[in-house]
Ligand binder design. Structure first.
Ligand code: NDP
Length: 240
């Protein structure tokens, strides 16, 4: 088995495509999820990839979960912080719970997971961290003050940690996906989605595999000189 990779939210959507691509490339993959046991079980049956259930927004749960992965599979050398949620609503109606849930699940999760693996990566002199941001963290989006703040925070987090890890063989990069055909986007009302697709020059939603392709590029052993960057994979929707 190759290096061990942890994909948070690795059982559905973009995370599933990343988990599968890593497995096909020979990595030992651990796919994390939060609570959808049926989806996780079906994922393992389809892919043979083991799943690990813990809430990435919970610091202690992450520490225990990653300790379990490391005792089963070995040290985590590749971390893909992919788990994320939306709780959309305009600012003047958003309650604190929906603000906080999105910040904790999308952004604090990056701290929690990186904190649990970073010392080991530094000791071993190797690490690959990829954080999944969003085009909406770059451009903003109506009804997503919480989500845009969290995703935009990921991009700053990535650059700061990249500077800390650079001398220790640890690269830290982000991917900012545009709209990708997953359960998260299927929850968007059909008329809103049709309008969004009209703003994508490529003329379609992304596939989860489009994002996984970027992750595979970044985690490669030879990708030693690319760190602190964000790769936009959005069908040309946002360029700057
Ligand atoms: P999905 O909703 O399809 O899947 C989310 C995954 O994350 C599931 O495996 C889910 O587990 C897991 N998850 C959610 N909350 C937690 C938690 N607290 N702890 C652990 N796991 C959790 O999402 P997508 O595949 O669409 O999105 C993946 C990432 O890509 C997210 O960060 C999202 O913000 C980002 N993104 C998505 C875009 C899109 O268009 N789809 C666009 C831009 C960014 P469970 O099955 O147990 O619920």
């Amino acid at each position: 088995m190759g290096r061990v990779a942890l994909v948070t939210g690795g059982t559905r959507g973009i995370g599933e495509a990343i988990s599968v691509a890593l497995k096909e490339a020979g990595y030992g993959v651990a796919a994390n999820y939060a609570g959808n046991d049926a989806a996780a079980q079906a994922f393992t049956e389809r892919t043979g990839i083991p799943t690990f259930k813990f809430d990435v927004s919970d610091y202690e749960a992450v520490r225990a979960g990653i300790a379990g992965i490391e005792s089963d599979l070995g040290p985590v050398e590749i971390l893909v912080n992919n788990a994320g949620i939306t709780r959309d609503g305009v600012m003047h109606r958003m309650d604190f719970a929906n603000w906080n849930a999105v910040l904790q699940t999308n952004l604090s999760s990056c701290f929690n997971c990186c904190r649990a693996v970073i010392e080991g990566m530094r000791e071993r002199g190797f690490g690959r961290i990829v954080n999944i941001g969003s085009v909406n963290g770059q451009a903003g989006q109506y009804g997503q003050v919480n989500y845009a703040a969290a995703k935009s925070g990921i991009h700053g987090f990535t650059k700061a940690l990249a500077k800390e890890g650079a001398a220790k063989g640890i690269t830290v990069n982000a991917i900012a996906p545009g709209y990708v055909d997953t359960d998260m986007v299927r929850a968007v009302p059909e008329d809103v989605l049709a309008k969004i697709i009209r703003t994508i020059p490529v003329g379609r939603l992304g596939h989860a595999e489009d994002i996984a392709r970027g992750v595979m590029f970044l985690v490669d052993d030879n990708a030693t000189f690319i760190t602190g960057s964000t790769i936009d994979i959005n069908g040309g929707m946002h360029m700057y």
